[in-house]
Design a protein around this ligand. Structure first.
Ligand SMILES: Cc1ncc(COP(=O)(O)O)c(C=O)c1O
Length: 380
């Protein structure tokens, strides 16, 4: 079987991830910070070490500013609902995932104004000037994905961050498709809030994710409860990261995430990104030459994450996906990929596309096999 649905979650992970999860479950398996005993303290130190590794990866000023969440959607909800109040104006791109669109649509009912910045129809990137020209007095937040989960288009987040900083507007980046693959430097890129999934490019277990919150940014916690700290208080502690980490965390998952982030730090994102671009380039070249196949997006491996959407004319994307799985043993994802907004922008709504997304453990042979299979389906 060839797994090419890594934009949903990476199936293959470094072996250190499985070992770390197993080591925690077999050797510790207690709740972090919910006791003064040796095991509780040891479990707590796993969370601290994981925060340190993530802070290194994203160049965060202080590991305490990294909050663990259930996944990237949870991190985005924490940021969006913690920042926006009635009357605030927020800017998003026209290719966002539902994890940004849905929380905002729900807040619109409470008096938040959402404005869409269209992407360039050729590059599918947002022009930073198109963002800044929409700034007004009530603009509180710019919330944007770093790379599209449908067409891979990478956004100029450093330049957008420079614009938001100049105007004192908060910048939230959805790094679901780039964390662990692209170099993300929250300080140099002026990112105030960075939401990431632990289980995609970061190659950690499912049920992990996080939110970086720049020091000094005052946002509300939307979840309240036990944190294992300041138990004398009946109100949520204000200390970081406890303010946003209510209830027992996914310590086995975070132990695995720490191992995967350390693996990424050893490999280096330059090498990981180069591999991703190499496979994307082979796929783009291979698919471009097939009659009846239309590929969407920037069509440039240097400007796109390892996510490629295509359709075979006259064939439903679901049928193409079924044949790829049943006849060729290739797993892809078809349909709208939780991003109807993006499909409306690229003209593939409501049927969507067939999406191929590679991971660090995919090989050239994997993508060459996929190209041959698609040629066969398209009758070329
Ligand atoms: C761009 C983007 N944002 C957010 C998410 C949500 O991630 P999670 O499944 O970790 O909540 C995804 C998942 O595919 C995504 O691709």
């Amino acid at each position: 079987m060839i797994y090419l649905n890594n934009a949903a979650t990476t199936k293959d992970k470094p072996k250190e991830v499985f070992e770390a999860v197993q080591k925690f479950i077999l050797g510790n398996n207690v709740s972090p910070g919910r006791g003064a005993d040796m095991l509780s303290v040891e479990a707590d130190s796993i969370l601290t070490e994981a925060r340190i590794s993530l802070a290194r990866l994203f160049n965060a000023e202080d590991p305490k500013q990294i909050v663990f969440t259930l996944n990237c959607s949870d991190a985005l909800n924490t940021a969006i609902k913690g920042v926006l109040k009635q009357g605030d104006h927020v800017l998003v791109s026209s290719i966002e995932h539902n994890s940004i669109v849905r929380p905002l649509r729900s807040l619109e009912r409470q008096g938040i104004e959402v404005e869409i910045v269209p992407v360039d129809p050729k590059t599918y990137a947002v022009d930073p000037q198109e963002v800044s020209k929409r700034f007004k007095k009530s603009t509180k937040l710019v919330a944007m994905l770093h790379a599209s989960n449908v067409i891979g288009a990478v956004q100029p987040i450093g330049e957008i961050g420079a614009e938001t900083k100049k105007s004192g507007i908060l910048f939230l980046v959805d790094a679901a498709q780039t964390a662990g693959i692209y170099n993300i430097d929250v300080q140099n890129m002026n990112i105030d809030l960075l939401a990431f999934a632990g289980h995609k490019g970061l190659m950690g277990p499912q049920g992990t994710g996080g939110l970086y919150i720049k020091e000094g940014i005052d946002i509300e916690a939307f979840r309240h409860g036990g944190t294992g700290s300041q138990s004398e208080l009946e109100t949520q502690p204000e200390i970081m990261p406890d303010k946003f980490e209510t209830g027992t965390p996914n310590t086995p998952g975070i132990a695995g995430l720490k191992a995967s982030v350390d693996y990424i730090l050893r490999e280096g994102t330059d090498k990981i990104k180069q591999h991703s671009q190499e496979l994307t380039s082979i796929l783009l070249d291979g698919l471009k030459g097939i009659e009846r196949v239309k590929v969407y997006g920037p069509l440039d491996a240097k400007k796109q994450a390892s996510v490629i959407s295509f359709n075979v004319s006259g064939t439903d994307p679901k049928v193409v996906g079924d044949i790829l799985e049943k006849k060729f043993g290739i797993i892809v994802r078809t349909g709208l990929h939780c991003a109807p907004f993006c499909h409306k922008t690229i003209g593939t709504f409501p049927k969507g596309t067939v999406r191929i997304s590679t991971g660090y453990f995919n090989t050239k042979a994997d993508v060459e096999t996929a190209i041959s299979a698609i040629k066969d389906i398209a009758g070329s």
